[in-house]
Design a protein around this ligand. Structure first.
Ligand code: COA
Length: 141
């Protein structure tokens, strides 16, 4: 993925239900910052000029994080999501990363089934905690 994909990627994100975005990290500037630091780990799948899917991911030198994973409705259940994950994980591994993590809303049953199928297990022994350092607006789809 590069910044030329951004508008189409954002439009696809907004069409996907049960995902969590915000006005800072998912803005053009926010995504550009992530891609600048992680040029190899976010990927798009295209069909001609049409965006079929996208995985947004990066790493901080220790963990890989998958932030958003979307496949356009017309392209689902064809293995495109799985291929994007596989290639993303290969890219993270090539950068020396040993574990990747992601968040998915509990209400996102299809998303959870997809991640289960990709081998991402649920941790019940930890609570996810976070703290915003800058005020941001949540955009939950
Ligand atoms: C989740 C999503 C990315 C899956 O993409 P995809 O290209 O359809 O996934 P694949 O075809 O590679 O599916 C691989 C496997 O995941 C599971 N899976 C995928 N979609 C599923 C669904 N809707 N319900 C149940 N299981 C599902 C299945 O085990 C599937 O294998 P199968 O088709 O042989 O049964 C896509 O449905 C999507 O973009 N959803 C909206 C956004 C979202 O929820 N993202 C994930 C949370 S961040």
């Amino acid at each position: 993925m590069n910044m030329q994909d951004y508008d189409r990627v954002y439009a696809l994100w907004m069409k996907c239900k049960n995902m969590g975005f915000n006005n800072l990290d998912d803005s053009r500037e926010g995504v550009e910052r992530l891609l600048r630091r992680n040029p190899n780990t976010s990927l798009v799948a295209t069909d001609g000029d049409t965006l079929a899917g996208v995985i947004l991911s990066g790493q901080d030198g220790r963990r890989g994080y998958i932030y958003h994973m979307s496949v356009a409705e017309a392209y689902r259940r064809q293995g495109i999501g799985s291929q994007l994950v596989e290639r993303c994980l290969s890219a993270l591994k090539a950068e020396g990363i040993n574990k990747a993590a992601l968040l998915v809303f509990n209400r996102n049953e299809a998303g959870s089934a997809f991640w289960e199928a990709q081998g991402f297990t649920v941790r019940n022994d930890v609570a996810y905690r976070n703290k915003a350092l800058t005020e941001m607006v949540r955009i939950d789809t």
